[in-house]
Design a protein around this ligand. Structure first.
Ligand code: SF4
Length: 259
């Protein structure tokens, strides 16, 4: 779900969403309890038709009616919602864990966020300002500086942190960028780093071509080169999602999920 549907500081070329992001702030907003109640209501409506399908596991269907994890992502930039801390508080009060995915352009919101989400993702989708401006089409003039402020802030935040690199073939995953990504990742020192391939779906098909979608092998190749620059290790990968997870912790067995 997202508390900021139409508001974002970027117009990324690879964004899956329809982009009418002309607003950089939320002027009118709903209260956290209302948003959470309505999100759960919408989830129940979304899955209602599955119940009568013989292939549907009824236990899982019942569980899905009472979600215990909320991911703030989906569309827009969630940190533009001024009551995000209260929203997380409401989720945690109900025993839910929380994920936040941010584009990193709102360091003040993250510095003042109370409580922090259970897991905080910052998407770093460009190795330098030049690629950032071309690929993210920022609606703000100081976006790259603000992203770097977020990276500097990250080690001080007492939660599980993740840097996600959304990789777009022919755009931001060339070998010559590995060193710059490494420097950005070292600054943030996250718990996890997640290289993830762009997927050619939704409205991004109007701005990208199928050839911009990297193979899982290309994502893994990027990961191998990136890991040489860092004190991180391979932890897990999921082929269908074109994603590889790196962790700082001593490595466990290599696990491959096909699903
Ligand atoms: S930051 Fe996220 S929501 Fe905003 S344009 Fe980029 S991909 Fe879309």
């Amino acid at each position: 779900m997202t508390p900021a549907i139409n508001q974002c500081t970027h117009m990324c070329l690879f964004c899956w969403r329809y982009q009418g992001f002309t607003e950089k702030e939320l002027k009118e907003f709903d209260n956290p309890k209302y948003i959470l109640d309505k999100s759960i209501e919408a989830q129940r409506k979304l899955i209602t038709g599955f119940k009568g399908d013989d292939r549907c596991d009824q236990i899982k269907w019942k569980e899905a009616n009472n979600p215990n994890m909320v991911a703030c992502s989906l569309s827009g930039e969630p940190t533009l919602y001024p009551k995000l801390g209260d929203f997380f508080n409401e989720c945690h009060k109900r025993g839910m864990t929380t994920f936040l995915v941010t584009n990193g352009t709102n360091p003040e919101a993250l510095a003042n966020l109370d409580p922090l989400p259970t897991q905080l993702y910052v998407s770093i989708v460009a190795p330098n300002e030049e690629i950032y401006k071309k690929l993210c089409s920022p609606l703000i003039s100081d976006g790259w500086d603000r992203i770097n402020q977020t990276l500097e802030l990250l080690p001080s935040l007492d939660t599980r942190t993740v840097i996600r690199h959304t990789l777009v073939q022919d755009w931001n995953m060339k070998d010559k960028y590995i060193g710059e990504y490494g420097r950005l990742d070292r600054k943030a020192s996250p718990v996890f780093i997640e290289p993830k391939g762009y997927v050619f779906v939704g409205s991004s098909r109007k701005r990208m071509t199928l050839s911009n979608m990297p193979s899982h092998d290309a994502v893994r190749d990027f990961e191998h080169k990136l890991v040489d620059n860092l004190v991180y290790e391979f932890a897990m990968e999921k082929l269908a999602s074109k994603v590889v997870l790196l962790t700082k912790k001593p490595n466990t067995a290599r696990i491959v999920k096909q699903g």
